[in-house]
Design a binder for this molecule. Structure first.
Ligand code: FEO
Ligand code: CA
Ligand code: CA
Ligand code: CA
Length: 650
C-alpha cells in the first residue's frame, strides 16, 4: 500500500575513538551521570555511603546491591513514564576487595570458616534492587529514598517455585518438605520483562555458590557444582546460637536419611528464570518451565493477540545451547500491564509461564534451523524417548527440566559460543543474540589447548566439553565472538544468519571489516531499540577479555541501524556487505569494567546503562571525570543524555 514517505533512521553521532581511562567517554554533545552506585541507601535503615564504610548485613539489605547487570524500567503512570519510574536492576555478584575495603579484605576468603556477618552481608549484596527514580527540571536524575516501592531481593529472600518442578520430589528440602519454596536468587545476570508488567531476573553462575562432596548426581556434574569450596565459602559460615541452616544449605552433601532432612536438593531450586512484580511486595516465583541451566537472560518474542507468548533464553557456558519457551495460553491483550496499579501480576505469570513447551535450537549449515521440544515423549536419534534415555518415568516433566542440559544433548542441539543477551525487533520478529566467545571451540572438536580465556573475571563451572566449529560458530578459539539473528518460520522451523563478527581491526579473522572506530570483542548486552516505522537501533555492549581489542579500548557500547531483516541464508551479510560504517561506537567505559544492562526512557531522551566491576571509578557524579588518585570502586548505573535534551543517537 502507498504510504507516507518515511525518513530513514540514521545515527546522528560520530563514532568515538577507543579509550583506556578511569572515566566514561561519550560523543560530543552528550553528558553522563552516575546514578545508584553500590551501597546507595534505599531507606533510612541503611547508613549513608562513605569511602571507609564497613558494611553490615542490615545496611546492605537496605541499600543498592553490588555489580549491577541487567535492568528494566517500569512506568508508574504512563503520562510521566520518561520522568519517573521504577528501576529493577540485577546485582550479579560481588567484589570482596571493594566490599571489605575498610577491613583490608574478606576474612578467610579462600580457606577457613567465613564469619557469619560477612557471609550475610555478601548474601545481601547479591540479587535484585527495585527503586523509584525520577528526573528534576534540570534533567538530573535521582532516586526516591524511602519510596514504598524500594525493595531488595537477595540470595536469602524466600521465594516460591512455579511450573513442572514445583512440588516435585526433586526439590524437597528441610526448608520446604513439599518442594514449593526456596530461599534466594543468585548470580542474576541479564534480565527480561513480561508484557504483563513483571521483571524477570535470570540465574546464571549460581552453581559455584553450592558444594556437594558426595552422592553427586548427573546434573551436579553437568552444571559444575564444586566439590570442595563455594565461590565465597558461605557454606563454611556458622550461624550464631542454635545450629540452623542459614549457611549450611549451601552445602548439598546429604546428611540425613531423606531429602526432607537436609539440603541435597537445594541446588535444584536454582538455575531458573525468576519472576518479580516490581509494583508489589509479592513473593517472587521461579518459573521452572523455562528450563534449568546457567540462564543469562530471558526475552519475550514478538507479541501477537491470540497466539502463544514466547520467551528466548541462552545458556552462557562454552558449547551450551539456545532455548525457546512457548506458552500453552494464548496472549490476551486485556492482560497487558496497567502501570502503577497493584494487582496479582504473578497470577498472569502462572498463566503464561507455568504451562508450555521448552525447545532447544539446532542450527543447520544451510541457514535453516529447527526447534527441538524437550518433552518426556520426544524421540531421539536412537529411537528412545527422552524420558527413557534420561532414566526417568515416562511422564516426568520435572525430571526433564532438572536435566535440561542433558536432554538438549540427547536431542542434538547445536553447541554455541556462549549465548549471552538476546533481543527482538518487534516489527519483523527477528531475534538477535550475542555469542560472546569460546576458548573450547576447535576445528575438529579435539580437546582445546588454548590457555587464555575470554570470560573475564566471572567464575565458571568445570568440565566444559569441547566442540568442533559449526556454521553459526565458525571460528576455532573464538576470542572475539559474534552476533547472530534468526527469524521464525513455519512450525518448528527458523532461518538464521550471522549479523556481525567481533574482531580487532588488524585481525586476519576480521570477517566483518571492522575498523579502529568500531572494533569490538565479546559482545554481551544487547537491545533492539524500536524507533517506529519498522526501524530501530541495535545497541551492543561488550565484556571483553581479548587483548587484540582490549589494548585499544575498554569495554564499550556500540549502535547500528540494521539495514535489512534476516535473510536466512546462513551467510554473514549485513555488516559485511559494506555497511561497516553504520556500526558506531557510542560510549566507552572506565578501566576494568564491563558495560552491561540497557534501556531508554520512552521518549528516548535518557539512555541507561550499567558499569560493572570498574577498577577505579566513579570519582564524581559526572561519569566522565576520572579519579586523580584511587577510589573504592563501585558498580553504578549511568544515565546518558544529550546536552540539548533531544533523543539520543538520532
Ligand atoms: Fe554474567 Fe554471561 O554474563
Ligand atoms: Ca559480568
Ligand atoms: Ca552477561
Ligand atoms: Ca560476559
Amino acid at each position: 500500500t502507498a504510504g507516507v514517505a518515511r525518513t530513514p533512521l540514521a545515527l546522528a553521532f560520530e563514532s568515538i575513538a577507543g579509550s583506556r581511562s578511569d572515566a566514561i567517554v561519550v560523543p560530543e554533545g552528550y553528558r553522563a551521570q552516575v546514578l545508584l552506585p553500590w551501597g546507595t541507601p534505599l531507606n533510612d535503615k541503611a547508613p549513608a555511603w562513605r569511602e571507609d564504610l564497613d558494611p553490615t548485613p542490615e545496611g546492605q539489605a537496605n541499600s543498592v546491591g553490588m555489580h549491577h547487570d541487567g535492568m528494566h524500567a517500569f512506568a508508574l503512570d504512563e503520562a510521566n513514564a520518561s520522568r519517573r519510574f521504577l528501576l529493577a536492576m540485577n546485582n550479579e555478584y560481588i567484589d570482596q576487595a571493594a566490599l571489605w575495603a575498610a577491613r583490608g579484605g574478606a576474612t578467610n576468603a579462600s580457606e577457613g570458616a567465613r564469619p557469619a556477618d560477612e557471609a550475610r552481608t555478601e548474601i545481601n549484596a547479591h540479587g535484585v534492587t527495585v527503586v523509584e527514580v525520577r528526573k528534576d527540571e534540570q534533567g538530573r536524575w535521582s532516586h526516591v529514598t524511602d519510596s514504598p516501592y524500594n525493595r531488595r531481593i537477595t540470595s536469602a529472600t524466600e521465594m516460591a517455585l512455579g511450573g513442572p518442578v514445583a512440588g516435585s520430589e526433586y526439590v524437597r528440602t528441610r526448608f520446604s518438605p513439599d518442594g514449593t519454596r526456596t530461599r534466594g536468587t543468585n548470580n542474576n545476570c541479564a534480565n527480561g520483562f513480561t508484557p504483563w508488567g513483571t521483571y524477570l531476573t535470570c540465574e546464571e553462575n549460581w552453581p559455584g555458590y553450592f558444594i556437594k562432596r558426595a552422592d553427586r548426581q548427573a546434573d551436579d556434574d553437568r552444571l559444575g557444582i564444586p566439590e570442595e569450596r563455594g565461590r565465597y565459602g558461605w557454606e563454611t559460615a556458622a550461624a550464631d546460637g542454635e545450629a540452623d541452616d542459614e549457611f549450611s544449605r549451601f552445602d548439598a552433601t546429604p546428611r540425613g536419611d531423606t531429602a526432607g532432612d537436609d539440603y541435597r536438593n537445594e541446588p535444584r531450586t536454582f538455575g531458573y528464570i525468576v519472576e518479580i512484580d516490581p509494583y508489589s511486595g509479592a513473593r517472587a516465583v521461579k518459573r521452572t518451565a523455562l528450563g534449568r541451566f546457567r540462564h543469562e537472560g530471558c526475552w519475550p518474542g514478538k507479541l501477537v493477540a491470540g497466539e502463544p507468548v514466547v520467551f528466548y533464553s541462552g545458556h552462557d557456558s562454552r558449547n551450551e545451547y539456545i532455548y525457546k519457551f512457548v506458552s500453552d495460553a494464548r496472549w490476551d491483550p486485556a492482560d497487558a500491564n496497567r502501570p502503577g496499579q497493584e494487582y496479582d501480576r504473578l497470577a498472569l505469570g502462572a498463566k503464561y509461564m507455568d504451562q508450555g513447551t521448552l525447545y532447544v535450537a539446532r542450527f543447520d549449515a544451510d541457514g535453516r534451523g529447527e526447534w527441538l521440544p524437550l518433552t518426556p515423549d520426544a524421540v531421539i536419534a536412537d529411537g528412545r524417548t527422552l524420558a527413557k534415555a534420561l532414566g526417568l518415568a515416562a511422564n516426568d516433566r520435572a525430571g526433564v527440566i532438572i536435566h535440561t542440559c542433558d536432554a538438549a544433548d540427547l536431542l542434538g542441539a547445536t553447541p554455541m559460543d556462549r549465548p549471552e543477551w538476546g533481543t527482538v525487533d518487534p516489527a519483523s520478529g527477528d531475534v538477535y543474540m550475542t555469542l560472546t566467545n569460546n576458548s573450547q571451540r576447535t576445528e575438529d572438536g579435539t580437546a582445546a589447548t588454548f590457555t587464555h580465556d575470554g570470560s573475564g573475571i566471572e567464575q565458571r563451572g568445570v568440565g566444559y566439553a569441547t566442540a568442533p566449529t559449526n556454521a553459526p560458530n565458525p571460528r576455532a578459539d573464538n576470542e572475539a565472538g559474534q552476533v547472530i539473528r534468526w527469524r521464525e518460520g513455519e512450525g518448528a522451523a527458523f532461518s538464521w544468519e550471522v549479523f556481525v563478527f567481533g574482531a580487532a581491526a588488524d585481525d586476519a579473522g576480521n570477517l566483518s571489516g571492522l575498523t579502529e572506530r568500531n572494533q569490538f570483542a565479546s559482545p554481551d548486552g544487547l537491545w533492539y531499540d524500536d524507533r517506529g516505522d519498522g526501524q530501530g537501533i541495535l545497541w551492543i555492549q561488550t565484556d571483553n577479555g581479548y587483548a587484540g581489542v582490549a589494548e585499544h579500548t575498554n569495554d564499550q557500547l556500540l549502535a547500528v541501524v540494521p539495514q535489512s531483516v534476516a535473510s536466512g541464508d546462513g551467510e554473514a551479510a549485513v555488516i559485511g556487505a559494506g555497511n561497516q560504517s553504520q556500526l558506531r561506537r557510542f560510549a566507552v567505559g572506565p578501566n576494568g569494567c564491563e558495560v552491561t544492562g540497557i534501556f531508554a526512557t520512552p521518549d528516548r531522551t535518557a539512555l541507561f546503562i550499567n558499569i560493572q566491576h570498574p577498577g577505579n571509578w566513579p570519582a564524581a557524579e559526572d561519569a566522565t571525570i576520572a579519579a586523580q588518585g584511587s577510589v573504592r570502586p563501585r558498580a553504578a548505573t549511568v544515565v546518558i543524555q544529550k546536552v540539548d535534551g533531544g533523543p539520543v543517537a538520532i
